[in-house]
Design a protein around this ligand. Structure first.
Ligand SMILES: *[C@@H]1O[C@H](CO)[C@@H](O)[C@H](O)[C@H]1NC(C)=O
Length: 262
């Protein structure tokens, strides 16, 4: 399982790195659907501001390594690059994920850094940075500091199933925010690979960046796949959202099922 996730993430990084664009001089050149990087006119909690809060984050760790071994900011103290924020404060931050259930279930969610506390890849084993229970109808916002890479897993019920190696083995979301090695690009995808390899349930999940209207989604049992990773396409690059430098607003729908993909 571990290996496949590395490949997923490696493919994803490679796709961004080889895009051939210079995002510093040509920020929106190859991002389909990229419309505006400025703040929206409305004042909802998903709207970005021009300057961003870092309140609550710890110190940033220096990035090093390349390819799948790349280590960005894991926060010092560890995990202080990932914080829960209120609906009112969410818009103050640059990189935000908004978790919402589309079912009547309570969902367990765990969010981790790609690099574990031991400095090796594997933050998805046992000790995530954040865990929370999302009650039906409630919303949880999580903010990420610059150059954060990792993922989250979600499952209905009081815990997230794990595989034989104790990796979280439900449907995953993977993120890369303001990647230094990728000249500040961001990316994300939904992946069912770990759950499928473990022979466990694939839960529905949709992640949409609301600023670019870029989405990645999988429905329950991997019935419908949109721009997302599965056992079949794990070795393909370029899947998921690739976002030019700037704010990211990931709207995460847990239990995503019936709505048409966008
Ligand atoms: C996020 O997705 C939900 C569906 O799960 C939708 O109702 C909501 O309007 C979206 N939020 C934003 C800010 O786009």
């Amino acid at each position: 399982m571990q290996m496949l996730w590395f490949l997923t993430f490696g493919a994803f990084i490679g796709a961004i790195a080889s895009s051939g664009d210079d995002p510093e001089t040509n920020p929106a050149s190859s991002s389909p659907g990229s419309v505006s990087w400025g703040p929206r006119a409305d004042s909802t909690s998903m709207s970005p501001k021009i300057s961003y809060s870092t309140a609550g984050f710890g110190s940033r760790t220096a990035s090093h390594g390349t390819g799948v071994a790349y280590q960005g900011n894991i926060g010092s103290p560890y995990c202080s690059n990932i914080i829960e924020v209120t609906a009112a404060n969410a818009k103050e931050y640059k990189y935000v994920a908004r978790f919402e259930s589309s079912t009547m279930d309570e969902w367990s969610v765990a969010v981790w850094n790609k690099i574990g506390p031991d400095g090796k890849q594997g933050g998805w084993f046992s000790e995530p940075c954040k865990t929370f229970i999302l009650k039906s109808g409630s919303i949880q916002y999580v903010a990420f500091d610059e150059d954060s890479q990792g993922g989250w897993a979600a499952a209905p019920g009081p815990f997230i199933p794990t595989d034989k190696q104790s990796a979280f083995a439900s449907t995953w979301g993977e993120f890369d925010f303001g990647s230094v090695i990728n000249t500040k690009w961001s990316g994300f995808d939904v992946s069912a690979i770990v759950a499928q390899n473990a022979g466990l349930d694939v839960q529905g999940m949709r992640i949409c960046d609301e600023l670019t209207q870029t989405c990645s989604s999988i429905t329950a049992n991997a019935a419908a796949i949109n721009n997302a990773y599965t056992q079949e396409n794990f070795d393909q690059g370029g899947i998921g959202g690739k976002i030019t430098p700037g704010p990211v607003r990931l709207n995460v729908t847990l239990g995503y099922s019936h709505k048409p993909a966008r």
